[in-house]
Design a binder for this molecule. Structure first.
Ligand SMILES: [Zn+2]
Ligand SMILES: [Zn+2]
Length: 250
C-alpha cells in the first residue's frame, strides 16, 4: 500500500525538510532516489528496502546509496534492486561502484544472495510492485532524467524530479491524466533564471507557467528541491504568489 514519506527534498545539504536531499519512500520497501534524506530511516527500516528507483545520476539523488547498500549485509531482504535509465546506471558503475570510491557491490554476495542488482528502465516503462504501479517519464534536465508517476488504489502521485519547465514537461504531465499530488521542484529564485536555464531547474515563475499550462489541475502541489541559499526568498515568493490553490512548500 502506498504510504508516501518525503524523507528528504532539499536542493542541497541543509534547509527544507530536515535538510536531507531527495529521497521519497513509497512504502516500507520502495524508495525513489537515495539522497541524504535516506538517513531518516532507522537501520531496521533500511533493511526492509528492496527497490530503489533513481531519477538521475546527480549526487544529491544518490549520495546515501553506497553507504546504505553496505548496511544491507546481513539483511534478509536481498538483493536491493536499483532501477534507472542506462545513463544513470553506467555513471554509477563507472564512477561510484568501481572498486575505488566504493566496492563493486553488484558482484558481491551475502550468503547466496547478491547484495545489489541493477535493472535498466526506459521512459514509458512501467513496473508494478506490491500493487503500486510505477511509470517512468522523461523530463528535461542537464543529464538524462526521469520523473515517476505512482498509482495505487486510485491514488495518483507524480514526482517531476529535477527539471526545467517547457513543452516536454507540460505534455508529459497532461498525458498522465488526473494527478492527486504533483511534486515539482523550484531550485532557484526568478533573479537567477539564467542559472536555472543553464542547469535546467525551475524558478517560481517557471513553476507558475507550468501549472497554468496544464489541461487539468492536480489536487495539490508539493514544491521541493529549494536550494538552501535561496530558501527564505523562495518561500516568500511562493507564499505571496502560490502556483496552485493548494500549494505546500516542503
Ligand atoms: Zn539534478
Ligand atoms: Zn537535484
Amino acid at each position: 500500500m502506498l504510504n508516501i514519506q518525503v524523507l528528504g527534498c532539499s536542493g542541497g545539504l541543509s534547509g527544507n525538510n530536515n535538510g536531507g536531499s531527495t529521497c521519497i519512500q513509497l512504502n516500507h520497501n520502495i524508495l525513489i532516489d537515495a539522497g541524504t534524506g535516506l538517513n531518516q530511516l532507522s537501520l531496521t527500516q533500511m533493511h526492509q528496502i528492496r527497490h530503489i528507483f533513481l531519477t538521475h545520476s546527480h549526487m544529491d539523488h544518490i549520495a546515501a546509496l553506497p553507504t546504505f547498500l553496505s548496511n544491507q549485509y546481513g539483511s534478509e531482504h536481498l538483493p536491493v534492486t536499483v532501477y534507472a535509465q542506462p545513463h544513470t546506471l553506467e555513471k554509477l558503475k563507472d564512477n561510484i561502484f568501481n572498486g575505488d570510491i566504493w566496492p563493486e557491490l553488484s558482484s558481491m554476495t551475502e550468503g547466496a544472495e547478491a547484495i545489489l542488482a541493477f535493472e535498466e528502465i526506459q521512459p514509458g516503462h512501467s513496473i508494478t510492485l506490491d500493487g503500486i504501479e510505477i511509470n517512468a517519464f522523461a523530463v528535461d534536465h542537464s543529464v538524462p532524467t526521469v520523473g515517476y508517476s505512482v498509482k495505487s488504489q486510485a491514488r495518483h502521485f507524480v514526482f517531476g524530479a529535477d527539471t526545467i519547465a517547457g513543452r516536454q514537461l507540460t505534455e508529459q504531465l497532461n498525458r498522465l491524466g488526473h494527478i492527486d499530488t504533483l511534486m515539482l521542484e523550484c531550485a532557484f529564485p526568478d533573479e537567477l533564471l539564467h542559472v536555472a536555464e543553464k542547469t535546467k531547474h525551475m524558478t517560481p515563475s517557471l513553476l507558475q507557467n507550468t501549472l497554468q499550462s496544464l489541461e487539468r489541475q492536480p489536487s495539490k502541489l508539493w514544491v521541493t528541491h529549494l536550494k538552501p541559499n535561496y530558501e527564505a526568498t523562495l518561500r516568500e515568493t511562493l507564499a505571496a504568489n502560490p502556483p496552485h490553490n493548494n500549494t505546500v512548500v516542503l
